[in-house]
Design a protein around this ligand. Structure first.
Ligand SMILES: *Cc1c(COP(=O)(O)O)cnc(C)c1O
Length: 373
């Protein structure tokens, strides 16, 4: 007979998942409801309303997909793009590269605007690509590129896209809940996020929001949406409609309780306060890593994701060994570099519930202990 699984209570300061708020863990264990139960439908309505608050949007086309952030990425792209459509994708890291792969898989023509890994996207490069490709349908970019720690100016990129009559798909997976995301003001047409980073919930849910412009664009498609699970029309018939709701898939009810609790906690704090908290704690961490350990972020000041830092590994240090020691000796998980930055950086996240003074101290003292040797 095997025993029940007992996970170690790790401190998760990597690029995600972050630690889940204790109240969210509690919410997850409440009794399960059927996915068409009237009370569950009320919960869905509340989640939609809380998500509109979180995304800063009035759009009624704001709901949740039952799957990780990558599902949101695929859903936004597969609904917005038809085979043969030109899509300009700004790529300065691993996750934007994934957007390119999806665009190509669904038959879109990807035009890649390359940026140096570790830098924010240069808006002029997007402008040049759109000038060279005036028939572009969609511009896609990542707000907070978790693989490099760079934060792009999505407001400016979106303005440029709209000036060229392209619709905008924006990845706000790492930014939502932790740094300013203003979906309506920035005119983002299709956005997606995740539950396990800034929202301090478990992984496996992807909040999405579509603008009225995106809605009209999807309704006017000449070809069918090349996905069943991600077909916006089918999803809307489950998430929308005051009276009848059509079964689409079995929503993971308990996970939705968790998401509801996470969003409720965020609203209680006030999202502007949460943005400020993330900024302040990360500023403290950056300063202390520099002053006490001479560790530096690779991203220039002004282009950094406030709550997810990529730190340059000093010469002569075995970066993997440091991560192993942090985990085994200090119970602390941080992230390695991805793609072009593999072996060159550590990635430290102070996201959601984890953005606090105590963990700034813990992170600095653990690094001190490990690097001392
Ligand atoms: C984490 C992440 C994703 C993927 O989210 P999953 O929940 O792991 O599928 C996509 N984009 C960015 C910017 C991310 O940081």
């Amino acid at each position: 007979m095997s025993n029940s699984f007992k996970p170690i209570n790790r401190i998760l300061l990597g690029p995600g998942p972050a630690n889940v708020h204790p109240k969210v863990l509690e919410a997850l264990s409440k009794p399960t409801l059927g996915h068409l139960d009237p009370q569950f439908i009320e919960l869905m309505e509340e989640i939609k309303s809380l998500l509109r608050y979180t995304f800063k949007t009035e759009s009624g086309h704001t709901f949740v997909l039952s799957g990780p952030g990558s599902l949101g990425m695929e859903a936004c792209l597969v609904n917005m793009i038809e085979p043969g459509d030109k899509v300009v994708v700004c790529v300065g890291g691993y996750f934007a590269n994934r957007m390119v792969q999806i665009v190509e898989k669904i038959g879109g023509v990807a035009i890649v605007v390359k940026e140096t890994w570790g830098r924010a996207t240069d808006p002029q490069k997007l402008e040049d690509a759109l000038n060279a490709n005036p028939d572009t349908k969609v511009a896609a970019f990542v707000h907070a590129e978790t693989s490099t720690g760079a934060l792009s100016n999505v407001k400016v990129l979106s303005e440029i896209a709209h000036k060229h009559n392209a619709l905008v798909v924006a990845d706000v997976v790492t930014s939502l809940g932790a740094t300013e995301v203003l979906v309506d003001e920035w005119q983002l047409d299709a956005v997606y996020s995740c539950s396990q980073k800034g929202l301090a919930c478990v992984a496996g849910m992807s909040p999405v929001s579509f603008s009225e412009r995106a809605f009209a664009h999807i309704k006017n498609r000449k070809t069918p949406i090349r996905s069943w699970f991600n077909d916006f029309n089918l999803l809307e018939s489950y998430w929308q409609g005051s009276g009848k709701r059509a079964y689409h898939h079995t929503a993971p009810a308990n996970q939705y309780y968790g998401l509801h609790e996470a969003l409720r906690i965020l609203k209680e704090e006030g999202i502007e306060n949460a943005w400020r908290r993330h900024k302040e704690n990360s500023a403290k961490l950056i300063k202390r890593l520099k002053d006490e350990l001479n560790l530096e972020p690779i991203v220039p000041a002004g282009e950094r994701i406030p709550h997810l830092l990529a730190i340059t590994v000093p010469e002569g240090i075995d970066e993997a060994k440091v991560r192993v020691e942090l985990l085994t000796k200090h119970n602390l998980e941080i992230g390695a570099g991805l793609g072009e930055l593999a072996g060159k950086v550590w990635r430290i996240g102070l996201m959601g519930y984890n953005s606090n003074d105590k963990l700034v101290d813990y992170c600095v003292s653990s690094f001190k202990d490990v690097l001392k040797k």
